[in-house]
Write a protein that binds this ligand. Structure first.
Ligand code: HEM
Length: 617
């Protein structure tokens, strides 16, 4: 027995030795290995990385090891970049070799399958898909996204007014309905889109499915792997959804009733090309279906993060809410809600949008690139196949670019004394080229959507409401709001917190009713158009999970935690239940009418209203 043990130890030592030797051999003369924390053999420092807020640990290591360092996790070298300059040097200037993506253990065909543009390797499929995405985005941006973000924003404000305790639900509905309209010309696919999309986030996030952390688990056979089974089911639903959506748009185009959308643009462009060349390939429609699907996924996943962070920021920095409201009131003068056409006149609003993203980056660890060839940067060796992370959290904490980085200060984009100031203020600040959207050939292609959605959502919230920390009714004391408690997946969102939300005046209430009526009209019109569309009624279990009941424990960040509260609001303050604006309000009665009680919450069954929404009865 002792002999066997000795033999195994000897083999182990030899294996480590040979490995080290091989690695050392690869180092060209005069070149050093990147610094980084020493780890255990094979697993590296995986045990040091917290499940929640992993980016904080990577940031902490950057303080010790510098703006570029490496860790080794389960045999793979991970390079962590905390400086925007270095990220540009490598990912943009050397994009020829730094534009690949790593394999995701829980989705091992991500580099080749063509299902998700953003996760594809540097292949011809990726180049083709990126070009198509660019064309669709550009065409839509030229048409100001067909007014969809504004239409949905109006609906969003009304929902926030009437049931602010469900704010996560309304934020996610706003982003997914907007991007559904953009993608397929209809808001109907939005709820199923949310369901499949948040499942995908778990599938691909390092802290989501376990095989992404312990990569050997990807070899577990599909028949007994819970992760593979779950992903297969999710993927099948997603594929069915995307196929049905394209079928729906084709049908509407044939009937000459299709609203503008990415898919309609694609079909019309292709029709023109096909007619001139006398041919059209079905495979192209399949590819467009996937590209547009990915654009919808990206829109549904990401934009809710900064909107929720805005609410958090307003709780902690009321002075910026006031400045924003002053700008909106004085510039727009007539008391109306900001529109996209007003953007040149509202630099403070654009600064708030950008600062929210800087303060709480939606993708704090970035989306990793992979390097295809051995490289040397500044005397440091970066091996082929390494995973390269532009650590967005650290990049936004670089004090030379962002003095007093922990403070939410939109002024850094408006005041010439800050390094980030840029003139003219009619144009800057804007999100174009912002580090938070990545680097080089893989930069984000959705910035026009993000920019418009956030401008309208944050502008609308500031125009309509005063938002502040909730006050305890009995003591008048403020209920604490967390500072930086975020969900752990690749796209990070603030954990649920409580706040008070007050419409600013009667004029705003009246205006919100009118704005909502216009968006309702669009929904009603659509209802008549979608008979036969298979996802217009989404499965109840999805709805149950998303719109929830009381105190539903969250499994992932798309589950909504609804706290049933029986408190009445403080005088003059519209808390989570505002008598003056819910049951007693005639349009609210219409909106919330229906049957079916559940622990004091009533499900809305009124035709044409938010499906399955719950209200306090
Ligand atoms: C707040 C919202 C968003 C943020 C913070 C964000 C951020 C990012 C980041 C960091 C990347 C990776 C860049 C890199 O690898 O260097 C990326 C890629 C991408 N984003 Fe976004 N994004 C957002 C919204 C959107 C939206 C709405 C779309 C819709 C079209 C979109 C489409 C894409 C695409 C297609 C890619 C992949 C590009 C490629 O791999 O070639 N994103 N985004």
């Amino acid at each position: 027995m002792a002999c066997v043990l000795l033999f195994l130890v000897a083999i182990g030592i030899a294996w480590v030795g040979v490995n080290k030797f091989l690695q050392r051999k690869r180092l060209p003369p005069g070149v050093k290995r990147l610094p980084g924390p020493m780890g255990l053999p094979y697993i590296g420092r995986v045990h040091d990385i917290p499940e929640k807020g992993s980016w904080l640990k990577f940031y902490e290591w950057s303080k010790t090891y510098g703006p570029i360092y490496q860790t080794k996790i389960f045999g793979t070298v991970h390079v962590w970049i905390s400086s925007e300059q270095i990220a540009h040097d490598l990912l943009s200037r050397r994009a020829v070799i730094y534009s690949d993506r790593p394999m995701i253990p829980n989705l091992p065909d991500n580099r080749t399958s063509g299902d998700y543009l953003a996760l594809l390797g540097k292949t011809d499929t990726w180049k083709r898909q990126r070009k198509l995405c660019n064309h669709l985005m550009h065409t839509s941006a030229l048409a100001s996204l067909h007014g969809y973000p504004s239409l949905e924003r109006d609906r969003f404000l009304y929902m926030m007014w009437h049931a602010p305790e469900q704010y996560i639900e309304w934020v996610e509905q706003f982003t997914s309905r907007t991007v559904s309209r953009l993608s397929w010309g209809s808001a109907h696919p939005a709820q199923v889109l949310r369901h499949t999309t948040f499942g995908l986030l778990e599938t691909i996030s390092p802290s989501g499915a376990l095989p992404n952390l312990i990569s050997v688990l990807r070899h577990v056979p599909a028949a007994i792997s819970p992760w593979k089974k779950k992903e297969a089911k999710r993927h099948a639903l997603e594929a069915e959804l995307f196929r049905a959506n394209v079928g729906f748009v084709k049908d509407m185009v044939e009937r000459d009733r299709a609203e503008p959308s990415f898919i309609r643009t694609f079909l019309e462009t292709k029709k023109g090309v096909a007619e001139s060349k006398g041919k059209r390939k079905e495979g192209e429609v399949d590819e467009a279906m996937r590209v547009v699907g990915l654009m919808a996924i990206a829109g549904a996943l990401t934009i809710g993060s900064p909107i929720q962070s805005y609410l958090l920021a307003m709780c902690h920095y009321p002075e910026w809410q006031l400045k924003l409201q002053n700008e909106i009131d004085s510039v727009l003068g007539d008391g109306r809600c900001p529109q996209w056409e007003d953007r040149e006149k509202l630099p403070t609003l654009r600064a708030v949008v950008k600062e929210v993203i800087r303060w709480r980056p939606p993708v704090p660890t970035g989306i990793p690139h992979a390097v295809e060839k051995d490289d040397v940067w500044n005397g440091y060796f970066i091996p082929a196949g390494a995973t390269i992370h532009a650590l967005e959290w650290s990049i936004t904490r670089d004090e030379t670019t962002y003095p007093d980085a922990e403070t939410f200060n939109p002024g850094r984009w408006l005041d010439p004394s800050f390094p980030t100031f840029r003139a003219p203020l009619t144009q800057y600040p804007n999100l174009s080229g912002f580090s938070q959207f990545g680097f080089g050939r893989r930069t984000c292609q959705g910035i026009p959507i993000v920019e418009q959605d956030l401008f309208l959502a944050m502008g609308g919230l500031a125009w309509a409401f005063g938002i502040r920390k909730r006050r305890d009714r009995a003591t008048g004391a403020e209920v604490p709001v967390h500072w930086n408690d975020y969900t752990p997946l690749l796209i990070a969102k603030p954990s649920r917190f409580e706040f008070d939300l007050v419409p600013r005046d009667e004029g705003k209430r009246a205006r919100m009713r009118e704005m909502y009526a216009a968006s309702r009209e669009m929904d009603d019109k659509e209802k008549g158009e979608t008979s036969g569309y298979p996802f217009s009624e989404y499965p109840v279990d999805v709805e149950e999970k998303m719109v929830g009941g009381d105190e539903v424990e969250s499994e992932s960040d798309h589950d909504v935690l609804i706290t049933v509260r029986d408190s009445s609001p403080e005088p003059g303050m519209m808390s989570y239940r505002d008598e003056s604006s819910s049951c007693s309000d005639s349009d609210s009665l219409e909106f919330f009418g229906g049957e079916g009680m559940r622990n004091g919450w009533k499900r809305s069954v009124v035709e044409g209203d938010v499906p399955g929404a719950w209200r306090w009865a």
